[in-house]
Ligand binder design. Structure first.
Ligand SMILES: [Zn+2]
Ligand SMILES: [Zn+2]
Length: 339
């Protein structure tokens, strides 16, 4: 049996373990992907911290997989070996339940998630259902393409919920916000970036991408927001963002996990302000965002780490030491900073 290297989440609260595993075989309808890069998402931190009750351990994390199809299982006609593809968080849905029928496959109760309920891309190979795998825009190399697959896709679903909002606040300026800021600016919107208090480097990074204002999340917004997108997993940001949005405005919580939201005065919600969450993604989101990323050149800031350094990448993400996105590569350590 062919072997492969993988970083495995075996128990919550423990570092990932470096393991030699049997290379998986694609079953009917699946493809085997030779992984070249895999993004490191904040969700992966929630996984290793035991904050995702749906996780099935042991599991190989990683749901921003870029690679090439190495083999196709029986019945796969949409893809062929050698094609470069991306594998995102949504790994499988039932297609029959009420949510699936209503176009809300992101809410399917039977859904499987890459790197959470099925093995992901912190490994040299991964298998994926061919119907949930996407060709990638050619303008991005493997390192740059990886963050598009969650930071980009789920960021885009949150952004799309903001509708025609003209002034958008982004809370937490990491992998998702740095991509969505560029999309919003390209569409002529005003973008304000709110970072951890005192994060001068993060604010300078946001300004360098062209946002109209960047400052501390504890500061008052310099102008009323039409919508606020929360990418930081900090519940206290919900009342702060509600205070920053105008009457009728919207606050979108984009993370899979957040600390508890503190009690707040009803007057913050009054005047038809809305708080909502974004859960997962649909294949339609993936198609829409990847098509957009093919048309609009996004400057993807990615920091590369070798697969074996996955724990260091997670630690750097946890402590805010990553500018843009952290990405594991199967071909050594290098940095990418495209602009
Ligand atoms: Zn379903
Ligand atoms: Zn993610």
């Amino acid at each position: 049996m062919a072997r492969m290297r993988a970083m495995v989440c075996e128990a919550a609260g423990r570092p990932l373990a470096a393991r030699e595993r049997e290379r998986p075989q694609p079953r009917r309808g699946e493809v085997l992907v030779a992984v070249s890069a895999c993004g490191v998402c904040r969700t992966d931190l929630h996984l290793v911290d035991g904050e995702l009750p749906q996780a099935r351990l042991p599991v190989v994390p990683g749901h921003e997989i870029v690679g090439t199809v190495a083999a196709c299982g029986a019945g796969v006609t949409s893809l062929a070996p050698g094609v470069r593809v991306g594998v995102p968080w949504l790994g499988w849905t039932c297609g029959r339940c009420d949510a699936c029928r209503r176009g809300l496959e992101n809410l399917c109760a039977e859904a499987q998630f890459t790197g959470c309920t099925r093995d992901g891309g912190y490994a040299e190979f991964a298998v994926a259902d061919a119907r949930y795998v996407f060709p990638l825009p050619e303008r991005y190399d493997d390192l740059a393409a990886a963050p598009l697959l969650c930071a980009g896709l789920i960021g885009y679903r949150a952004y799309a919920m903001a509708g025609d909002a003209r002034t958008i606040g982004l809370y937490g300026f990491g992998a998702a916000a740095h991509l969505i800021a560029q999309v919003a600016l390209h569409e002529g919107r005003r973008v304000l970036a709110f970072t951890r208090p005192g994060d001068a480097a993060g604010q300078a990074f946001a300004r360098a991408l062209g946002v109209h204002w960047a400052g501390d999340s504890t500061a008052a917004a310099p102008e009323p927001l039409d919508a606020a997108l929360l990418f930081a997993p900090v519940g206290a940001l919900v009342p702060a963002a509600l205070a920053a949005v105008r009457p009728g405005g919207l606050v979108v919580c984009a993370g899979i996990h957040m600390s508890d939201i503190p009690a707040f005065a009803y007057r913050l919600l009054w005047e038809e302000r809305t708080v909502r969450s974004v859960a997962n993604l649909t294949r339609a989101d993936a198609q829409a965002f990847l098509a957009l990323a093919g048309r609009v050149p996004l400057a993807v800031h990615a920091c590369a780490y070798p697969l074996a350094a996955a724990n260091r990448a997670l630690d750097d993400l946890r402590h805010g030491r990553v500018e843009g996105a952290a990405v594991l590569t199967m071909h050594g350590d290098r940095a990418s900073n495209r602009s």
